[in-house]
Each structure stands twice: as C-alpha cells, then as structure tokens.
Design a protein around this ligand. Structure first.
Ligand SMILES: [Fe+2]
Ligand SMILES: [Fe+2]
Length: 330
C-alpha cells in the first residue's frame, strides 16, 4: 500500500484531502511545514501533496527538502494562487511532478495521484531490473576472471586486491565513486589475454626464451580481442592494452608514453605490481609495503606515473592499502 503525505495548514482542506485518499492508501497528515519535515525525515513516503502558502516553512521549502531526502517520493504542489515566480522556483528547486490549483476537481487530483504512482511503480521495477542486471554482469566479470585464473598463478584474492587498490587510487585522484568502482571491476580483466597464451609458456618453470617472451607479450592485445567491442568493456580494453606500457615509453605493446597511456592502465599497472611485490609468490617471499613502495619509487623510475605513486603512498600512510590487503588476504 502506498503512503501519502498530505500537508496543509488549513484544517478543512487537510480533512478533505485525507477523506479523499482514505481508501486504498495509507495517509499521513501534517498541518504545517515543520511537521511535514519531521515526517519526511523519519519515514519513507511515496507521494506528497503539499500546500504552497503556509506560515513558517512553506510548500516550496518542504518539497525541496523532500527532493533531497527522499528523491523517489512524488511531489505535488497545491497552490491557491498563480504566482509564476514561486511556481518556477518550485519546479526548478523541488522538481515537482505537478502543481494543482485550488480549488481542485476531486477526480482530477485522484487521477493525477493514480498516474503518478503508476509511474513510480514502473520506475521501481526498472531500478530493480537494473540492479539485477548490474550484479549479473559484475558476477560474470568475476567468473570470467576466475576461469582465466586457472591458467595463471594469479589467485582470486590477487584480483580482488588489485580491484580495490585500483578503486581507491582512482577515487584519490578525483574520479567519481561510480566510475572508480567500474574501473576497479574492469581491472580484474587486466590479464585476461593470458587465456590465449600457451600453457607451456605461461607455466614454464625456468626462464623464457626470447621467442617465448614475444608470445608472452602478446597477452595485452589478445585481451583486447577477447573483450570484444561492447562499450561497457572500454575501460577493460584500455587496461588490458596498457598495463605493460611504461611511463617513459619503454613498455609494450605500443611504447606509449606518459599521458598517452590511459589513466586507468597507469593506475592498474601500479596496483598490480604493488600487489605482486607485497604478496608471497612461488619464487619469493612477500615484501613489506614500505619496501615495495620504496622500490617502486627508487628502482622503477620510468615505469610508473610519479603523480600516481605519490597519491598511492598517501593511501599507504592513511591505512587504506593495509585495510584492503587485510580484507582480501588469501
Ligand atoms: Fe599482464
Ligand atoms: Fe596481475
């Protein structure tokens, strides 16, 4: 059952409103702006019908507040007179669904409410479908990575750490939360191209020959091919193609330099190498984060974007990196 909040300082009007929506809805009523704000702050409502002119806190203010606190709730303004300026303010600030002039035709207002709630319901179904789709594609990315992982020494926890180091670093350099989370997810695909690398090379215990290195170095481009051309995987393609490029132009496959390398790839390269250094691998013991950062700073000049290294160090200093490593340890 939908919850309607009815707001009017005129007791008669409020009673009329309550009467007309008693059937089929749960109604809450407020006899002024302050009471309305209290209700909006304390419980979810689906639709608000609010008088414009009230002593103290007026209708525009109530609905503007509602649009911030409960943006999903539909907002209808009741107005006793047509003051174009305040109506405009209401449309612009409170993003109202509709305004209804007093006195209103009961059937019209009923109809407006029914239509508005239908739209709300549709929106909710859409949101739910989108959430389901989003979690399905996120899971499919992880599944794909785990399938590929069987071929390589990388573990699922390595991929998750790289994901979260990437996300944290992206946010620290000013990328918005949603985009940073997407970049984190896409970072898991950085070595997906190794699916195309023969096991004899990938799992060779000894050193690779020059010819074998040539094949090994094909994995960034092989990854781009595997990732197809759907726009959704654009960042993943950037990361796959660019995660072995060096900032000074000595990397592969395209010898890109500094800002020619997409930011996402520069971030993931740092996250990936840092994680490789700080975790145990069959051929080495884990390094401390301090040692890893020092090595990255001193011995790997030219590989990484120095600005990113500086921000990454701050993430170490404020405890973010340790927190991620602890959360996603083997
Ligand atoms: Fe790689
Ligand atoms: Fe990796």
């Amino acid at each position: 059952m939908y919850t309607l909040l009815l707001v009017d300082d005129d007791a008669d009007v409020l009673a009329t409103l309550t009467r007309s929506f008693r059937k089929g809805y749960k109604t809450l009523s407020a006899s002024g702006g302050e009471q309305a704000l209290e209700i909006i702050n304390s419980q979810p409502v689906d639709l608000i019908i609010c008088d414009q002119r009230m002593p103290g806190i007026g209708g525009v203010e109530v609905l503007t507040h509602a649009s911030n606190v409960q943006p999903q709730a539909i907002r209808i303004l009741l107005t006793g007179y047509t003051d174009v300026e305040s109506l405009l303010a209401c449309v612009n600030d409170a993003h109202i669904y509709k305004y209804v002039t007093k006195p209103w035709v009961p059937d019209d207002l009923n109809f407006t409410v029914v239509r508005a709630l239908e739209a709300l319901n549709l929106q909710r179904q859409l949101d739910e479908a989108r959430t389901q789709l989003e979690s399905a594609y996120q899971e499919s990315v992880v599944m794909l990575c785990l399938a590929a992982e069987g071929k390589d020494q990388d573990t699922a926890s390595h991929l998750h750490r790289v994901q979260h180091y990437t996300q944290a670093l992206a946010m620290a350099v000013g990328i918005d939360e949603k985009e940073a989370a997407h970049m984190g997810l896409m970072s898991m695909l950085h070595d997906i191209g190794k699916l195309a690398t023969p096991d004899a090379i990938l799992k060779k215990p000894g050193k690779l020959t020059d010819e074998e290195w040539v094949v090994m170095r094909e994995h960034p481009i092989a990854g781009v091919k595997i990732l197809g051309n759907n726009p959704f995987y654009e960042v993943a393609r950037e990361i796959s193609a660019g995660h072995h490029e060096n900032f000074d132009g000595t990397g592969y496959p395209n010898k890109l330099k500094s800002e020619e390398i997409p930011l996402s790839a520069r971030i993931v390269k740092l996250a990936d190498v840092f994680d490789a250094l700080t975790t145990k691998r069959p051929y080495k013991e884990p390094w401390s984060m301090e040692d890893a950062l020092e090595n990255i700073e001193l011995n790997s000049i030219g590989m990484f974007d120095p600005k990113l290294v500086a921000v990454f160090k701050e993430l170490f200093e404020d405890g973010t990196l340790v927190r991620i490593q602890t959360t996603y340890s083997n």
